[in-house]
Each structure stands twice: as structure tokens, then as C-alpha cells.
Design a protein around this ligand. Sequence first.
Ligand code: FAD
Length: 388
Amino acid sequence: MRTANNAHDVIIVGGGPAGSTAAALLAESGMRVLLLEEKRMPREKLCGGFITAECFPTLSRLGVIEKLLSAGAEKIRRMSVFSSSRKIEADVSAISDKCGWAMSLSRSRFDQILFERARSGGAECREAIAVRRCVTQKGEPARVEGIDLGTGGAAAFQAPLVIDASGRQSRLMLNPEERAAGERGSRLYALQAHFENVAGVGGRVDLFLFPRGYGGLSPVEEGLVNLCLIVREDAISKVGNDFLKTIGETILTNPAARERFAGARLAGRWHSAGPLTFGKRRLSRAGVIAIGDAAGMIDPFTGTGIQIALRSGELAATAVLETLDAKLNIDEALKRYSSYYNAEFGARLAVASALRPVVFSPMATRLAGQVLGSMPALTRLLIRATRQ
Ligand SMILES: Cc1cc2nc3c(=O)[nH]c(=O)nc-3n(C[C@H](O)[C@H](O)[C@H](O)COP(=O)(O)OP(=O)(O)OC[C@H]3O[C@@H](n4cnc5c(N)ncnc54)[C@H](O)[C@@H]3O)c2cc1C
């Protein structure tokens, strides 16, 4: 794959957890890596910020766990799921074999630490480069074209291999119809904000199920609490796109959530995203490997999107390095990566898709409340099935 004519062996588009992981591992193995990120780091990112114990093996191979803890990551040992009528509570160790705790940290801090890790591993990391397209022709290196947001000028780079880590709205893997999802009214949107003075959430995460969606609370750095919701479009449009009213009519209909927010104040601004689509997508196209959300998005109620992003970055790096060692061509790297990805995530994505209707149907949410309350062992089994 290394060619004298190209300044880089691989271009990675997107400096989130998937892109930074792949960049760090490939650069450390001697590849000339160019990592292109549209935003300037640190940048905010809509997310629940829950970093499961299943992320730890990759984070520990990257050597960043201590950095995350000193950046204020909160250790999470307990978790609860609330429906309108029930609550189940468990230790994190009950749903994970990996460790007795998980972590929670804002994505601006988490992603910056990983981006800097890619840079210190030897990747050339460029910020404020918005990639618009990637042109590939058989036998030719791929050409990545975009805009340098610093100068406003065009920017172009080439390399034999491109890794698309640009997230769920990928321009490289999805066409415009695929990026706009679902029927008006029932489409899904996400809202997120940090709050201060939220009561009773130290060391724990709470997931609240309500008609037309769900929402999670997790403590992040500096005493702030991250509130993140996924709701159907009609729940937001009904209150004239007012986010405070949206939470009043959804998560805060639950008395336990109301208690937590009794003295809370918004810290910073709201973020929103959508419409959201979930499930597996294309893993590759000529000369391009997709990792993280660009390759497929698992439903956020599983809390495992970050783990899939980190691990798929690792799998892509493994497939590329193995192919390089065996002096095979790029097609073989794409093939190996697809088979590793499917073996590791195929079943989990399918279980999460099967559970989605339960989470979004009002009647099913009530029923789920009964099931959660009466069969905690089954609940734990389902949660584990979305992780392993
Ligand atoms: C509402 C919600 C809550 C969630 N909560 C959790 C949670 O609590 N725990 C969890 O594990 N997962 C959660 N997830 C999933 C998690 O956020 C994603 O799976 C994860 O961010 C994927 O990482 P990534 O690196 O693939 O993509 P991203 O994190 O999206 O990173 C992509 C990067 O690419 C950059 N980029 C995009 N386009 C371009 C371009 N054209 N040119 C250059 N750069 C570009 C972006 O700026 C960004 O930095 C949640 C998702 C949603 C929607």
C-alpha cells in the first residue's frame, strides 16, 4: 500500500473516537496517516457520554484511561432504568463482565484526548478541513477533496486507502436520500444539554423510558450532568420546538426525573440532531473502509456506540496492517475488515434493531415497564446481548 508518489499511505476522514483510534494505531505501526477533521478540537458532540466498561480494553491499549480520569471522567457503578410505573436498578458489574465500573465524560473532552493521542502516535492531524467527496478509480490512489475552512480555499489529498470515520451523516458512504430518514412526524430526533445542580446522580446513570422516546442522565466533569433524549419528531413539534417544554412533556413526566431536576439550571446550550437512522450500512466501497457510525449506528439505548467506534477503528487497523504484512492488495483489507466487523457486531446490531419498536411504542413502553419490574434477569440478558 505504501507508494512513493503519495505523501500519505492512508487518509482518515473524521476525528471522532473511530477515526482517532484507527489513526493512532496505524501511525504507530509506521504508516503515514493523515487525519482530517471538519471542526476545531475540542468540539462539542451530542451524546449520552456514557463510556461502557467494554470500551476499556481499547482505551487501555491506547493508554488513555488515566488521562480520561484526570480530565474529570466520573466512575459509574450503578445504573437504573425507569418506566412510568417501574424502576430496576443494578450494579454496572451485573451487565458487564469486563469491569465493575463504567465512565461518563463530556464528548468534547473524551474526543480531544483521543485526537491528541492520534497526533502523539505520529498521525498528521488537520483540523477545519471539511471533506466533500472522495474520487476513486481502479489502479489510481483515492483523491479526497474538501474545503479548508481556515482559508476558505479548496483542499485535496491523495492516498491508496481512505478510511471514512465521519459519523452518521457520512458524505462518503451515504447518498442524500439515505441521509434523510423516515416519514415526517414519526422521525427520531435527539436533544442534549448539560445541567448544573441536578440531585442524586453521583456515580450512576439513569435511563427513563416514556411514550415516544427515552432519555438518559449521566454525571460528567465539574459537577455537570448530561441530559440526552431521543424523541419522536411529533413530541418536539407539538411544543413549537421549545426544548425545555419538550423535556417537560417527556422525561419530566416521570416523578423520579422531576425530583432530580427540581433545582437544576441549564449550563451552556442545547444541541439537537436528526432525523436519526439506525442499523448497519455499507462497510466499504472501492478504496474506502467505513468505521464507527459511518459503517452503522447502534441504537443509543444500548450505550455502546462509542465502543463500536473504538473497536471498529481497531479492527480496520488490524485488517490493513495484516494485508500490508502479507503484501496483499487493498481489496483484501476491505474483505478482512468486513468479516471481522460482521463477526463482532452483526448479532448485536440485530438485537438492538429488534428491541427498537419496544422502546418507541407507548403501549410497548408500558409493557416493558412490567417486564423490567418482574424479570430483572431477562432484562440483564437483553442488555448483555446488545454488548457482546
Ligand atoms: C442521542 C445519542 C446518544 C448517544 N449516547 C451514547 C452513549 O451514551 N454512549 C455511547 O457509547 N454511544 C452513544 N451514542 C453513539 C455515539 O455518539 C456514536 O456511536 C459515536 O460518536 C460514533 O463515533 P464516530 O467516531 O464513528 O463518529 P463521530 O463521533 O460522529 O465523529 C465523526 C467526526 O467526523 C467529523 N466529520 C464529519 N463529517 C466530516 C467531513 N465531511 N469532513 C471532515 N470531518 C468530518 C465530525 O466533526 C466528527 O468529529 C449516542 C448517539 C446518539 C445519537
